[in-house]
Write a protein that binds this ligand. Structure first.
Ligand code: X2X
Length: 337
């Protein structure tokens, strides 16, 4: 009698608390480098909004921009996620490449000629190989997002040839591959975080930088003397929506599916805004940039070839380092795109 009453009471308790098997935290911390209104901050916030809506408010994601959870050092984000200091992140392949060398794939100079090539890689075998590697490092990758093609700006002169880059101090981020690429081009690269880059540009401690046009424009880099912009599309930087594995394992399969689907939707949304205004069909952002007094240099295919030639040895060296299988898979997707 007594034990069945206890069982009935227990059953009532459990029925009233469907989430009791899953101990949810009051808040999950999502790290990003750039918050809203930058495309990646907007897409991280969209992820949070979709998850909140679809879980009826049970799962709360909070976006922490400026890499503030790692004291502004964006190259520590991946490690912090592995250790569970950060629950989730919408992060750049560049910033995670010190811990996941395969992510240098996207920084191979002139691997991807256009958005179709980039999409072919992320949605093809190479993208899957990259996600599989990340999954072996206590981080669960869920979806791709976008920072974008990284274009070159500087305060000194128009850059049309590698010779024009000679001696220019260029701020770069992340992996040594960036240092080697800019060294091969005759520039003088200096590695620093995004937080340090803006003061360094405004004081003239460095002459130039490379970032997607959305970042260039929203950070108003033309007000920091960056009046010479070269569209050379040498590398593209996709973002990855990911969750720390120990945190991931606390979610039910249903909630894992919810988080994954919301990340895919938020990634697609972010990709659309990152590409807005910089295409042949819609050049509105470029028009705005030019209206701010910036000289925009568009390289002809022959001019672009000269940069590609100057960095070919770096490409080959890093192809071996990243893994020839992975890079070949990416090259095949590009060729078929
Ligand atoms: O630091 C940068 O240049 C940025 C914001 O694009 C990245 O985090 C890779």
């Amino acid at each position: 009698m007594l034990s069945s009453a206890v069982a009935a009471g227990l059953a009532m308790l459990l029925a009233g608390q469907p989430a009791s098997a899953e101990a949810l935290k009051p808040e999950y911390k999502v790290s990003t480098v750039l918050g809203a209104p930058f495309p990646w901050g907007l897409s991280a916030q969209r992820w949070a909004d979709l998850v909140k809506e679809r879980s009826n408010g049970r799962i709360v994601l909070k976006v922490y921009p400026g890499a503030q959870l790692v004291g502004g050092d964006q190259t520590k984000e991946f490690t912090a996620m592995r250790q569970g200091v950060i629950d989730m992140a919408v992060g750049s392949t560049i910033n995670w490449s010190p811990q996941v060398s395969q992510l240098n794939l996207f920084a191979l100079p002139f691997l991807m000629p256009d958005f179709r090539a980039l999409d072919a890689i992320t949605s093809g075998p190479a993208g899957k190989m990259v996600f599989d590697v990340i999954a072996t490092k206590d981080v669960v990758p869920l979806a791709w997002g976008e920072n974008g093609f990284r274009e070159l700006s500087n305060s000194k002169r128009d850059v049309r040839t590698p010779e024009d880059l000679k001696g220019l101090k260029i701020r770069v981020v992340g992996s040594p591959l960036f240092n080697e690429t800019f060294t091969a081009l005759g520039a003088n690269p200096t590695q620093m975080s995004w937080a340090d880059a803006q003061p360094a540009l405004s004081t003239g401690a460095v002459d130039g930088q490379e970032n997607p046009l959305a970042v260039y424009s929203l950070a108003k880099l033309y007000t920091l003397g960056q009046k010479h912009l070269t569209l050379w599309g040498y590398v593209a930087d996709p973002l990855i929506f990911a969750v720390s594995k120990p945190v991931w394992d606390t979610f039910s399969p249903e909630d894992q599916a919810l988080l994954r689907a919301a990340a895919a939707d938020a990634g697609a949304y972010g990709r659309d805004i990152a590409r807005k205004g910089i295409t042949v069909e819609d050049p509105s952002l470029l028009t705005q940039i030019e209206a701010a007094g910036v000289t925009v240099t568009r390289l002809s295919p022959a001019q672009q070839k000269a940069f590609q030639k100057a960095t070919a040895a770096v490409y080959d060296k890093w192809k071996a380092r990243i893994g020839a299988d992975l890079v070949t898979a990416a090259e095949q997707s590009v060729a078929a795109s």
